[in-house]
Design a protein around this ligand. Structure first.
Ligand SMILES: *Cc1c(COP(=O)(O)O)cnc(C)c1O
Length: 380
């Protein structure tokens, strides 16, 4: 017999698809009428569940989806999502590209050599293969060399079974300051992209031209071109909140866990591995059933709070694999079974992934992708 526990017994993630839908709508409203919104749902929708996010984003006005891997694209096709999907990562195996063609997924290619491979696959299948070409304008990761891109495009256009649907590039510093180096590099990338496009008939408007991620889309309409590829903002976080007015984005994810034990301890007691924390008074401590094996980084030990009735309760001592301890001396309302919020909204109070990432020298993207399979995901 298969036994299944109630996901709300211990620790879990709650996802609110209405927030995703509304965030998509807010982002859409930043765009010109004919500019498309790609919802980036890679890494299982930044930990929110790719299918849930995809459906909500499409309802909110997204036109297509971006994934990182072939499998992510195939999984979306398998659940019946039939909008255009672009694979943002590079595929190197013939079988992978064949699967793309077979399932109507568009690969990203970074070289003429890859284009030739796609041409061969399409020719053998007697089909047309829709692809996007990525050009490196300054990120120095995927994409063909900017200097070579002019010729690469010309050569690709001679390949009869390929349909070059899009030409794109990726910004390296768009989430930095609006002045200084980040502005300089971002502008330089934009200029290179435009320089390439001007060599094409009618500035390349036969192709879908795209450059901006969330930060690019929010910081400058001049970076929008024909489409923006938005991840973080869709999930409710403004990557350049330090520069801009509130866009009204709302976080779609919260992480909650139960108190499973209460302890009364005297002053001077060491708490958890390494005794990193010692009580300085008679204390009431609560054990919460979530730990670093669920994605609450151990580096956050003693630095975070959890929310309960919109109050912040301090976490104390080392975060362990499966539990952490909070000091509830001042909060008699906490009892065994109480639900605390580690991340996300509790009424009008919020703990954001930016707050966590700022404490440990990480970034909100990594915090969101860090939640593990052990945490069940519930859809609100
Ligand atoms: C992940 C990714 C995005 C989305 O980035 P956000 O900063 O989350 O908006 C856009 N484009 C590419 C190529 C990506 O890999």
């Amino acid at each position: 017999m298969l036994l299944k526990t109630d996901p709300r017994n211990r620790a879990w993630i709650e996802i609110d698809p209405k927030s995703i839908e509304q965030n998509a709508r807010i982002i859409r409203n930043l765009l010109a009428e004919d500019c498309l919104l790609m919802a980036v749902v890679k890494a299982d929708g930044y930990g929110h569940g790719a299918e849930t996010v995809a459906r909500a984003a499409l309802l909110g006005g997204a036109h297509n989806l971006g994934v990182a891997t072939l499998q992510e694209g195939l999984d979306l096709r398998a659940v019946g999502i039939d909008c255009p999907i672009l694979v943002l990562g590079n595929l190197i195996q013939v079988e992978e590209l064949r699967a793309c063609l077979g399932c109507d997924l568009m690969p990203t290619i970074s070289s003429y050599k890859e284009a030739l491979l796609c041409q061969k696959i399409a020719e053998d299948a007697d089909q047309y293969f829709e692809i996007h070409l990525k050009v490196d304008t300054g990120m120095t990761r995927l994409g063909c060399d900017f200097e070579e891109s002019f010729d690469v495009i010309k050569s690709i256009l001679t390949l009869t079974n390929l349909k070059l649907k899009g030409i794109y590039s990726h910004l390296a510093l768009a989430d930095g300051d609006i002045n200084g180096e980040s502005a300089f590099i971002t502008e330089k990338q934009k200029q290179r992209f435009e320089e390439l496009l001007t060599t094409l008939p009618s500035n390349g408007k036969d192709f879908c031209r795209h450059l901006a991620n969330s930060a690019g889309a929010i910081r400058d309409p001049g970076l929008h071109f024909d489409m923006v590829r938005v991840g973080l903002a869709l999930y409710g976080y403004n990557p350049i909140s330090h520069l801009h007015k509130d866009l009204g984005l709302s976080p779609a994810l919260s992480v909650k866990a139960r108190v499973t034990l209460l302890r009364e301890v005297p002053a001077g007691v060491g708490v958890s591995y390494g005794h990193q924390f010692t009580t300085n008074r008679k204390s009431r401590l609560a054990v919460v059933a979530i730990g670093y094996a669920d994605g609450v980084s151990r580096a956050l030990s003693g630095r975070i709070s959890v929310l309960f009735n919109e109050m912040r309760l301090p976490q104390v001592g080392s975060i362990t694999m499966d539990q952490l301890v909070i000091d509830v001396t001042n909060y008699p309302e906490i009892e065994v079974g109480s639900i605390v919020t580690l991340l996300g909204k509790d009424g009008n109070t919020v703990i954001s992934p930016q707050e966590w990432s700022g404490l440990i020298g990480s970034i909100p993207w990594e915090v969101l992708c860090g939640f593990k399979n052990r945490l069940p995901r519930l859809i609100a």
